[in-house]
Design a protein around this ligand. Sequence first.
Ligand code: TRP
Length: 366
Amino acid sequence: MRKVILTGDRPTGKLHVGHYAGSLKRRVELQNSGEFDDIFIMIADAQALTDNADNPEKVRQNIIEVALDYLACGLDPEKSTLLIQSQIPELCEMSFYYMNLVTVSRLQRNPTVKAEIQLRNFEASIPVGFFTYPISQAADITAFRATTVPVGEDQMPMLEQTREIVHKFNTVYGETLTMPNILLPDNQACMRLPGIDGKAKMSKSLGNCIYLSDTEEEVRKKIMSMFTDPNHLRVEDPGRVEGNPVFIYLDAFSKPEHFEQFLPDYANLDELKAHYTRGGLGDVKVKKFLNRVMQAELEPIRERRKVWEKRIPEVYEILEQGSKKAQSVAAQTLADMKRAMKINYFEDRELIEKQAASYAEESGNK
Ligand code: TRP
């Protein structure tokens, strides 16, 4: 069976290191593994509009930011198809048919939708488009016959919903759609990187993100101001590494060679953690190390971004070509769906001839 990746992001802001650890880094590794027949990376602007309907300019401006972040991270248009969701009208058509296979109560139970409704104070009046975005996400995934969807843990309910739709469609109309599998980050710490303030999630509105496009100095400042164990007041005090953002980031980003390079007094992260827990290790020292680690990871990304920032028309060209290719794939899947659903009237000569014959017979009998 062909192995196909589909994943994407909403263009509502620049991408941050949480996106990177949770999904982007993996995507690039998967891309370069050569194990996949096709890789589709979607800028989900239509989904972004489901809760930004009155702010199209924000979505429009962030298309290029997300595209630059993708290219900066090492997504390669020669190997991965970069596309813009709204440019694939087939996705709307698919969503329309999937809506018949999902109940309102099932959508209401979707934990991601539930959490987002609360977050946006939508309780009293939920836009229908927002409420149904898991269905449109199922279209995103199935349109490209994705087998593998590398995403963060927060997207798990979306994948479950998609799998249910695929199962239902195939049961009702016959085997047509490909069943996708979620691919979660392999490193536990990458599952959910907290904000620099220690809040569970990085979010633009909380101002607690480290962006992939931040300068070296911005990153340094953010790391040095990071929330740590609030009870670790003096260097001698024992500290807590659990739930401590500085250590969660180290879990996500540090590699053994970083110790050799930047902090040779410790052989590895376990030793550093043990010292911090025991007491006698100051936050500043750990933060300085984290800064070196993060800069090592972010520097090449920053450099590549600068190169692409000088080639904006080319970036749009990449997105346009990618969207075209994606559309032709989606159109084939949609044709298969319509055949399965028996709404392919004009292509079905047999139907037309049979009916013609039956009417001819009837009028012959009159
Ligand atoms: N919901 C995803 C997010 O908020 C974005 C997205 C849209 C997506 N369509 C997708 C992710 C399909 C994976 C597959 O980040």
